[in-house]
Design a protein around this ligand. Structure first.
Ligand code: MGD
Ligand code: MGD
Ligand code: SF4
Ligand code: MO
Length: 711
């Protein structure tokens, strides 16, 4: 028996783990008390890493679909099929005919970061989609506009703040997002012990609201009005302390002038007095920070919300302040060292709906259009990398049909899920415990600077391959297959460019991390980090502006035309443009500690106990519709209808219902290897791909008008 240390990669919290390993099998998982960031915290999902490793349904070798049957094949045969499918589509219809979706787990896998990106770049398609536009795109655009880099995200200094305002996030369940914060509960306890305050704004009284000092219900989709009113009070009362490198303060005050607490109150559902008091408490606190997550990003005014949150922090002098919001100093600094580009916006537009790209990706809400609308540039083949768009994207039912109609499809996944079941070939990588890990992305968003390299905890199952090996092998074959003749192939292979690419692809993720560490910080390497298996503490967040700004003039311009252009629509909402009418309710989403997006529903440790998929609704809303608690209801929107059990909950704001996403595995009676036993419907059969954030076209997953009736 040996004890090994590492980190969990299932969510953004990066909890340190202690594993007991016997005969190449993990027998127990505990929180690592010596991890400088997570300090022993874990959640139930960490234990399910064992379930995942042992799961008999998990694919270890590639499979090929024959109608509705699956046949296990060798890696080389699988590669040939995939390369042939992708290359022949490209040669026949052009490179944009191949679409790519990169799902959430990509950012949690080192190999996908180091080797997946070079592979997908090789496909040279503009039809790139990812979870970004179902999630944090408004954050990335705001970072890009205000701070000059899509990943330059100021992180709440939760360990030292006096006043923490959380809008549309539920870190008690999600363990933080765009803010890596393991052990949120203890950090809040410490905040309160030093006399600090946590305020939560959410249409549901969440687990985070339960530990807050104050919770305000808000009508879904109206946070931008609340934020503009907060800015209104702050500028009106002169409670500002603005840094010398900020431009546009007066214009912001002018833009906020109409959005008085009194004008927005009836629409947002928070009284004018409460709004004023919130603004005053926020702006007079020694250090305060506003933070907004899924609930305010994936809604009608997602971009205005994320911009306004930054503006509020900036105007009150809380950007770059200890206890405010600070840019991080990760050991591998993706921003400073330009490993990730600064991003670009609206350089080109999508074919069917004319929607803007961001950083080379189109909004996921239009993937279904690009797949189903005939014409030059229509997507005929898809590569889905660790994702499940049929359950994760608005318009899931239509997407389901669109995937079935493709000429070719490959999924990189270790499960046959609702999406990969349409693939011609599924390429399964090894899972978390079997591969080296260094968190390139979430170190950038963490509430404390730390670094950890985790060597694989167990050796991989026989015949399995790590994701980076799969991308390497495919990329090398793909490059060769693009050539038209044998002589051409030889010439391509021997060209300096492809030799270089090939050499780069052959460098393992471990070696890549080592090179990056060495070139970034004196004294750091994989070998030095390995000497501190619990992780290396690099200290609390530090101020560093304007030096850390990536804007060209090293200043922050608050007034951004693309954002300001959406304010007239916000005015209309304030002046009565219907948020919901008549019998309509507004549907929002939620997450649960024991559930992880669209997967892990077959991990016995997680799925046992009470069901968690139900539609939550206020008892008065059920009573008014003659619906009984526990009965099955139809939930309908302009986009579709599902049937789901309803649960009465006085923790819901009246007029609002909540349905978690990632359920609805039993589609059309198909046998999948995931979650045969978990009930529920897919929220994304109800969300509408036609309704998007006007600025970025980010998906609207919260504040979806629905009607419900007894089924
Ligand atoms: N209605 C609604 N829809 C939503 C959301 C919402 O709140 N409401 N949330 C959105 C958000 S924030 C996100 S991030 C997306 C998530 O949605 P997706 O991007 O589709 O990601 P997951 O649901 O996490 O799908 C993960 C798939 O990746 C596989 N996988 C896991 N680990 C690995 C790995 O290491 N390698 C490979 N190759 N595969 C792996 C799993 O088996 C699973 O099939 O959903 C979005 N959709
Ligand atoms: N256990 C668990 N943890 C996870 C995940 C998971 O699936 N399970 N997924 C991970 C991923 S991919 C992500 S992106 C993060 C998300 O992390 P969070 O954003 O913290 O998680 P959510 O539960 O989606 O919280 C969104 C909150 O917004 C509220 N809300 C909805 N509409 C509105 C609105 O209009 N205004 C306001 N103010 N609030 C609103 C909802 O009620 C909900 O409480 O979690 C990550 N962590
Ligand atoms: S909170 Fe849970 S899932 Fe997230 S990293 Fe920690 S143990 Fe893993
Ligand atoms: Mo996400």
């Amino acid at each position: 028996m040996t004890v090994k240390y590492g980190s969990c990669n299932l969510c953004e919290a990066m909890c340190g783990l202690e594993f007991t390993v016997e005969n190449n099998a993990v027998t127990s998982v505990r929180g690592d008390k010596k991890d400088p960031l997570s300090r022993g915290h874990i959640c139930p999902k960490a234990l399910s890493l064992i379930d995942l490793h042992e799961d008999p349904d998990r694919l270890v070798k590639p499979v090929r679909r024959k109608g509705t049957e699956w046949e296990q094949i060798e890696w080389s045969e699988a590669y040939d099929l995939v390369v042939d499918g992708l290359v022949s589509t490209r040669k026949k219809y052009g490179s944009n005919a191949v679409g790519i979706y990169q799902g959430n787990p990509n950012v949690h896998s080192l190999g996908a970061m180091t080797h997946g990106i070079p592979f997908t770049s090789m496909l040279r398609t503009r039809n790139r989609y990812s979870a970004t536009s179902l999630d944090q795109l408004p954050h990335q655009l705001t970072n890009h506009l205000l701070y000059g880099h899509q990943l330059a995200l100021p992180i709440p200094d939760i360990d030292r703040t006096d006043f923490f305002l959380v809008l549309g996030g539920n870190p008690m369940a999600s363990n933080g997002s765009m803010m890596t914060v393991p052990d949120f509960a203890h950090r809040v306890r410490d905040l309160k012990a030093r006399g600090g305050t946590l305020v939560v704004v959410d249409p549901r009284k969440t687990e985070t609201a339960d530990v807050a000092d104050l919770h305000h219900f808000i009508r879904p989709g109206t946070d931008a009005l609340l934020l503009m009113a907060l800015i209104n009070v702050v500028t009106d009362t002169g409670n500002t302390r603005v840094a010398a490198y900020v431009d546009g303060v007066e214009e912001v005050a002018r833009l906020a002038r109409d959005f008085t607490p009194e004008s927005v109150a009836p629409v947002v559902g928070i009284s004018a007095d409460d709004i004023t008091s919130l603004a005053l408490r926020f702006s007079t606190a020694e250090a305060a920070v506003a933070y907004g997550r899924m609930g305010v990003s994936t809604q009608q005014f997602g971009s205005v919300c994320q911009w306004a949150i930054q503006v509020l922090n900036i105007l009150t002098g809380n950007l770059d302040r200890v206890g405010g919001a600070l840019l991080t100093d990760p050991a591998i600094d993706l921003v400073e060292k330009k490993i990730v580009g600064r991003g670009h916006f609206d350089k080109w537009r999508s074919r069917v709906r004319n929607l803007p790209e961001f950083a080379g990706e189109f909004p996921s809400s239009t993937l279904v259009d690009e797949m189903t609308t005939p014409g030059d540039g229509q997507i005929r083949a898809m590569a889905v990398l660790s994702g499940n768009p049929v359950l994760s994207m608005p318009g899931g039912a239509k997407l389901n049909r669109a995937f079935a109609d493709l000429d070719f499809m490959v999924s990189f996944d270790f499960y046959i899920n609702e999406t990969s079941r349409h693939a011609d070939v599924i390429l399964p990588p090894t899972m978390a415990l079997e591969r080296d890990h260094y968190d390139l992305i979430f170190q950038t968003f963490a509430v404390r600077n730390t670094a950890k390299f985790m060597p694989a905890v167990v050796t991989e199952k026989k015949g399995a391959k790590a994701d980076w090996e799969i991308f390497r092998d495919l990329a090398i074959r793909y490059q060769a297959a693009l050539a038209d003749s044998a002589i051409d192939r030889l010439r391509t292979r021997l060209s300096p460019r492809s030799l270089m690419t090939e050499a780069r692809l052959r460098v393992s993720p471990r070696r890549t991390v080592d090179l990056l560490l060495r070139s970034h910080r004196k004294g750091l390497s994989v070998s030095t980090l390995s000497k501190s298996p619990h992780g290396t503490d690099l200290g609390p967040l530090r101020p560093g502006l304007p030096g850390k700004l990536r804007t060209r003039n090293k200043r922050i311009q608050l007034i951004q035309e693309v954002i300001v252009a959406d304010l007239p629509a916000l005015h209309d909402v304030m002046h009565g443009a219907a948020v919901a009418t008549g019998d309509e309710l507004l549907m929002i989403g939620r997450r649960h500690l024991r559930s992880n997006n669209s997967w892990m529903h077959n991990a016995p440790r997680l799925t046992k106990g009470k069901p968690r998929h139900q539609l939550l609704a206020h008892p008065d809303d059920l009573y008014a519709r003659g619906i009984e608690d526990g009965s099955v209801v139809s939930v309908s929107s302009a986009a579709g209808t599902v049937r789901i059990e309803v649960q009465a909950s006085d923790r819901m704001m009246p007029g609002v219902v909540s349905m978690p996403h990632g359920f609805g595995h039993q589609r059309q009676g198909v046998e999948l290897s995931v979650a045969r036993t978990v009930a529920g419907a897919s929220a994304n059969d109800v969300t509408d791909p036609q309704r998007v954030d006007a600025v970025t076209a980010n998906a609207i997953l919260n504040g979806v008008p629905v009607t419900i009736s007894p089924a």
